[in-house]
Design a protein around this ligand. Structure first.
Ligand SMILES: [Zn+2]
Length: 347
């Protein structure tokens, strides 16, 4: 069974040979290769090599693109700030009124701005790993892009004071976000992943999530599936307990969970989505020992493995300074304790 087959098996409700193992690893792989994050944007071959090395050295079942680079936001007028050790950020909003929304440019994320570079990285990643390993590529969700263009605080205020304006902005960015997600599939991404850290329970209440995030995400992910994505993955940064029932209805195959109880999630939502997670990236993977990482990974497997529908991962992206031995210990745990014996758990 290949790595990609292993992941697609759990998505299809089948039992693979062992639990798949994925890590959002842009920072970690760059560090391992002696690159800064800035180098990723100018030296595609080195970034691709750094990802392929993780598959070879740590037994990961997939590679990631230069994820969380908001190329669409930039095309729509946002100014990105890059740093050598952190994700690109957008310090200020660029949309302040309805006229600004109407003036947003018509963009083609296949051909303009930074997007073609990122798409080319996806294309080359697929070529490098072939059919056997999953290529996972990131697309911004409409809610995330809207809040970046508007400025996060102002956008939260709009949800309450001017919902029509918030919807106008969401509708304007929905097309470009979806077009970029579809372009990732065309470029060779097997799995399109997205994230929306500003829509967790600490940021907005469930009714706001249901009105301003849920329908737009569901539509976008549906279109990406129609484009031929083998799976759609959504990363829930922070706490999402009161809205996971909505998330699993958003045309999502895999929920990469941050703070959830694995057994509890599986009991409730296993029929709707695969759970991926959630060994603590900072407290255990970065700061722990090989022994404590191995123990935590086996605890995750003990809760998640039975019946399939589970991918071992960290709860968020792997910190760049994570000791290689700790990642190796996680891989060893999945090879030892993540194996399904014939007939094990088959339903
Ligand atoms: Zn996260």
């Amino acid at each position: 069974m290949t790595s990609l087959e292993r992941i697609l098996a759990v998505c299809a409700g089948k039992i693979p040979d062992r639990v798949p193992f994925l890590l959002a690893s842009r920072e970690f792989s760059s560090r391992q290769a002696g690159m800064s994050l800035l180098d990723c944007y100018t030296q595609p071959e080195r970034y691709i090599d750094s990802q392929v090395r993780l598959v070879d050295e740590f037994g990961l079942d997939g590679v990631y693109d230069i994820w969380c680079t908001p190329a669409v936001d930039e095309l729509l007028g946002a100014t990105l700030e890059f740093s050598s050790s952190d994700s690109a950020s957008i310090p200020n909003g660029s949309v302040s009124c309805l006229d600004d929304v109407k003036r947003l440019p018509k963009v083609d994320p296949r051909r303009e701005g930074r997007a073609p570079y990122l798409l080319d990285v996806v294309r080359r990643l697929k070529k490098a790993v072939g059919d056997s390993v999953a290529v996972i590529a990131w697309a911004s969700s409409p809610f995330r892009t809207a809040s970046m263009l508007r400025g996060v605080t102002d956008f939260y205020r709009d949800l309450k004071r001017d919902p029509a304006f918030a919807h106008a902005l969401l509708n304007a960015v929905h097309g470009p976000c979806t077009a970029y997600g579809k372009a990732l599939v065309e470029a060779g991404a097997d799995i399109v992943c997205s994230s929306n850290p500003g829509a967790n329970m600490q940021c907005i209440s469930r009714p706001y999530y249901e009105e301003f995030s849920h329908p737009y995400t569901r539509e976008m992910f549906g279109a990406i599936r129609q484009q031929g994505a083998k799976a759609v993955m959504f990363h829930t940064c922070g706490k999402w307990d009161d809205r996971l029932d909505l998330v699993v209805k958003e045309n999502i195959d895999i929920v990469h969970c941050d703070r959830v109880d694995i057994a509890g999630f599986k009991a409730k939502y296993s029929g709707s989505a695969v759970l991926m997670g959630n060994l603590r990236a900072v407290e255990v993977l970065l700061q722990g020992t090989e022994e404590s990482v191995g123990r935590a990974a086996r605890e995750c497997l003990a809760q998640g493995k039975e019946g399939g529908r589970y991918i071992l991962s960290a709860d968020c992206s792997v910190p760049r300074d994570t000791p290689a031995g700790n990642v190796r210990a996680m891989g060893a745990a999945v090879r030892d304790s993540g194996r399904y014996d014939r007939g094990d758990g088959e339903k």
